[in-house]
Each structure stands twice: as C-alpha cells, then as structure tokens.
Design a protein. Structure first.
Length: 170
C-alpha cells in the first residue's frame, strides 16, 4: 500500500518543536473489531460460516514529519482470521478502514482497504498484518496532536454491525 494515503490538509504557522510531540490516540472500537461472514442468503450458523476475523492490534510509532511541520504515525494493523466450513478455497479478503477523528469528534478523513489472506494447505487459522500505513498530522498552533484519534475497524454492513453489537466484543 502506498504511504501517506491519509493526510490532513492545511498549513499552520507552528512547528512541531512549538508543540508537545505526542501521538494521536489509536483505537479499535469493540463493535468494529470483528468480522463474521456467512454464505449469502444462508442461515447464520456454524455450518454456513465462511470467515471469522478479529482485529487484534493497531499501533505505530510517531516521528517528526517533513521539515518538522508535522507528526507522522506509521500504523500497523494486525488480524486473526479463521476460515469456516463453508469457505470456498484458501483465499479471502478482509475489508477494513481507518478514520481520522478531530478533537471536536468530526471524521476528517476515512480510507477503506482490502487485505488479502491466503491460508496454507490444511490450515484454518492465520495471523496477518496489513502493510504499514503512514498518517501525517500537520502541526498547528492551537491543535494538540494527542487530541486527534485514528480509528481502525472492519468495513461492516448493517447486519454485521448489529451482530457485533448483539454479541459484544470477543
């Protein structure tokens, strides 16, 4: 994946040295951490389970960005994936997203991704990580980087989200 897919627009007069260098909060909301896929149109039970996945980590170090005018986060997201009895083949794709949330709670940027997963022969579980994503936060005089949030989760439809909310985080 290309670096710098997510960036906040705008220029400010402050440099990072003028601000407290800190990282934004990285979170994985409980209702977006799980993805359970069943065969299309089938009763949602174990025999129709195609894929069950969990987002298990989202982390990354912060560093000074270009000309000390920004803070850069190099974010890595990890997943645990289990192939179900209804899976066809050894390959799957995980739809996931990153959203940047301002200190005011506004989603400023949102990017979706698809992570391919290939299971080894006769293996039903895999641990995979998405390629690192670089996120730049420009330094601004009245903005604290640590008040921003990076939210990671699966790209879910309404039924999948409702299922996660009913059963709770696992």
């Amino acid at each position: 994946m290309a670096a710098g897919l997510l960036a906040l627009a705008g220029c400010g007069g402050a440099t990072v040295e003028d601000l407290l260098l800190a990282c934004p909060q990285v979170s994985m909301p409980g209702d977006l951490r799980d993805l359970t896929l069943y065969r299309d149109g089938a009763v949602p039970d174990l025999t129709n389970l195609v894929l069950d996945a969990r987002m298990v980590e989202a982390r990354g170090p912060c560093s000074l960005g270009r000309r000390s005018q920004s803070v850069q986060v190099r974010l890595t997201v990890g997943f645990e994936v289990e192939r179900g009895p209804a899976a066809q083949g050894r390959a799957a794709e995980l739809p996931w997203l990153l959203a940047l949330v301002s200190p005011e709670g506004e989603v400023v940027s949102r990017q979706t991704f698809r992570l391919p997963v290939v299971f080894a022969p006769n293996v039903t579980r895999a641990n995979v990580s998405a390629p690192p994503i670089e996120v730049d936060f420009p330094a601004r005089a009245r903005t604290r980087i640590q008040d921003w949030r990076v939210v990671a989760g699966f790209q879910l439809d309404e039924a999948q989200l409702a299922l996660n909310r009913r059963r709770g985080p696992r």
